[in-house]
Structures are given as structure tokens and as C-alpha cells.
Design a protein around this ligand. Structure first.
Ligand code: DC
Length: 213
């Protein structure tokens, strides 16, 4: 289905990709709230699979049998241990394949959708009406993640978090299937240079321009 026919049916997809802790979540939630779109944090799907694998499940079987209850308490999925497990299961092509239909159906829902992840603009929704690639330097992202983790009561330090950020970047960007990469037609937003508030404004402006609103 082409972008035009999707628009005619009322669907409108915003694809937001980029590395961990670059500000994708904040930007995605703000864009979704501004335009009344639904939002899917696709990292949660991989995290839910990762959590099941940590509990002893087979990754492919876990991905194939994922159900909405697995995503019911997202905050429980936002730990460093589950993030690493998610990044590892995300390398497996059969795991990724099992999650494609759900993401595409979400993207095409009437009323508009924002999906954030690593491969939304390249693989899941190559025809998305708007594509953003949100980045920030590893040091800035590690600093943000450290603050978040400390606020949640986790004891850790900058060097550990920076090493985690770099390891995840290398794994997510270096895998053979659907690596994290900026789509050729994506708008790049570097949130280390501009700050998250300005990035939110730029993202909203990009969507508004495409919608003609
Ligand atoms: O966005 P996040 O930090 O919650 O994602 C956790 C991991 O899941 C990430 O390191 C790689 C994987 N992931 C992916 O491979 N593709 C996506 N679309 C989203 C996440």
C-alpha cells in the first residue's frame, strides 16, 4: 500500500529511530500527544522478549507467543539488565520477524501512529509519512541514562553506563538484520546539540509540515 492510499484511509505514520537514551521516547510521546496519535515504544517488545529469556524461555518461542499482558507494566521492563537482554534477542532474525506484523498493524491504525525504535523508518514502515533519526553523543546519553537510573534508585556510575551505551550501540548498529541506521529520507535531530525541548518542537514542526497543518 502506498503512502497516498494510507493517507486517504486516515492513517499517518511517524517513524522515530535512534540509539538508546537519545530522547526518542520523550519526542515520540510529545508528538503523539500533540497530534492525538497512538504511540508504540517498540523497544518494549524486545524488552518483553528479553525478560522472558532471562526467565529461561527460548527467544524465538517467546517472541512468537508475546501477548499484551507482557507489556502491561512497562516500567518493570526498563532496567539495564533487560535492556541488554533485549539488545541480544534483537539480533535474532526470527525474533524480529515474529514482531513485524504487530508493529505494521499498529502503524496503519486509523487516526495516526508514532512508533519509535531502531528499524521503524528502514524496515517496519519504509513508507512512513515522517521519519526522524534522533541522536546524541554517547557521553550525553550516558549522563541522561545515569540520572534516570539514579532517580529509580539504581546504584551505578558514569563509566559503567557509558560502557553499556557503547556496547548497545555497537550491537544494535552492527547486526546483520535490520541494523540501527538512519533512513536516507529521515530528518536527523541531534539532541546533544539542541536539547530535548527544541528537538520536540522540531519534530512537531516536521509532522505539521507533512500534514499540511
Ligand atoms: O529502545 P530500547 O532501549 O527500549 O530498546 C531495547 C533494545 O531493543 C535495543 O537495544 C535494541 C532492540 N530494539 C530493536 O532492535 N529494534 C527496535 N525497533 C526497538 C528496539
Amino acid at each position: 500500500m502506498g503512502a497516498e492510499s494510507k493517507s486517504q484511509q486516515g492513517g499517518f505514520t511517524v517513524a522515530i529511530d535512534g540509539p538508546a537514551a537519545a530522547g526518542k521516547g520523550t519526542i515520540s510521546r510529545a508528538v503523539a500527544a500533540h497530534f492525538g496519535f497512538a504511540h508504540l515504544d517498540t523497544g518494549l517488545l524486545y524488552r518483553a522478549v528479553g525478560r522472558r529469556v532471562l526467565a529461561g524461555a527460548d527467544p524465538v518461542a517467546a517472541a512468537q507467543s508475546l501477548d499484551p499482558a507482557d507489556l502491561a507494566a512497562p516500567d518493570l521492563l526498563r532496567t539495564a539488565e533487560i535492556a541488554e537482554a533485549a539488545s541480544k534477542v534483537a539480533v535474532i532474525p526470527e525474533v524480529r520477524a515474529a514482531l513485524v506484523d504487530f508493529q505494521r498493524a499498529f502503524a496503519r491504525r486509523a487516526g495516526g501512529a508514532v512508533l519509535d525504535g531502531r528499524d521503524i523508518g528502514t524496515v517496519i514502515c519504509p513508507e512512513a509519512e515522517v521519519k526522524l533519526f534522533v541522536t546524541a553523543s554517547p557521553e550525553v546519553r550516558a549522563e541522561r541514562r545515569l540520572k534516570e537510573l539514579r532517580e529509580k534508585g539504581f546504584e551505578t556510575d558514569f563509566d559503567t553506563v557509558l560502557a553499556d551505551v557503547r556496547a548497545r550501540d555497537a550491537r544494535d548498529g552492527g547486526r546483520a538484520t535490520a541494523p540501527m541506521v538512519q533512513a536516507a529520507d529521515a530528518l536527523a535531530l541531534d539532541t546533544s546539540a539542541m536539547g530535548v525541548d527544541d528537538a520536540v518542537a522540531a519534530a512537531i514542526a516536521a509532522v505539521a509540515a507533512r500534514r499540511g497543518t
